[in-house]
Design a protein around this ligand. Structure first.
Ligand SMILES: [Ca+2]
Length: 204
């Protein structure tokens, strides 16, 4: 269903005459958007190894909110607050996370993505019964939105814990995707997130 929507949008892009540049971008590969001012971090750490996930991940731009959510879009009362997630997955020196009051959302800056991108993870906590809805926003040339993928709704109730790995269509990214950002929205209660990681190259 969602994929059909992506295909329709991709066809619309073709009709708009973006063919040459877009094909060059798609063929040019991975990381496709390195020249567009996007963050293209290297996947050089295994932050979730304590949970038997040995994949290499890249840290999202200010993914631990130690700079107050620099580059992030915070809305509905979302804000950086004192108090890090308690596993200190990114660094034992970290001190900040993002509070998401019920209905609030935090959207990450764009990150470039390879055609083999596989998954992302983060840490969360929240009120009993709260969850964090994850959406993956795919963008093409000129930041046009190619599609928004429902990454699932992750239970956040209780103390800090890692989310499950959230897949991002694996090898079937929307045609012409050059970057991806993530939107986290608290539903059912107040929640918080910290330490957002992307596995930009399928590694396990
Ligand atoms: Ca943090």
């Amino acid at each position: 269903m969602a994929l059909n929507s992506f295909v329709r949008r991709a066809r619309a892009a073709l009709a708009l005459g973006l063919v040459g540049g877009a094909i060059a971008m798609a063929a040019g590969a991975a990381p496709a958007a390195a020249g567009l001012g996007l963050a293209c971090p290297s996947a050089t750490s295994t932050p979730f190894s304590a949970w038997k996930d040995y994949a290499n991940y890249a840290f999202a731009p200010d993914g631990g909110f130690e700079s107050g959510g620099s580059g992030w879009s915070l809305s509905g009362g979302a804000r950086a607050v004192s108090g890090n997630e308690t596993y200190f997955v990114h660094s034992s020196a970290d001190k900040t996370s993002v509070s998401l009051p019920k209905g609030a959302s935090a959207t990450s800056p764009g990150m470039c993505i390879s055609l083999l991108s596989s998954k992302m993870r983060f840490l969360t906590r929240g009120d009993s019964g709260s969850s964090v809805k994850v959406q993956v926003i795919y963008r093409g040339l000129l930041s046009s939105v190619l599609g928004i993928f429902d990454g699932g709704t992750i239970s956040s109730g209780g103390s800090w814990k890692p989310s499950p790995a959230i897949g991002m269509l694996g090898g079937t990214l929307p045609l012409f995707t050059t970057s991806v950002s993530f939107r986290f929205t608290a539903v059912g209660g107040n929640a918080a997130i910290d330490d957002v990681y992307l596995d930009p190259m399928k590694s396990s």
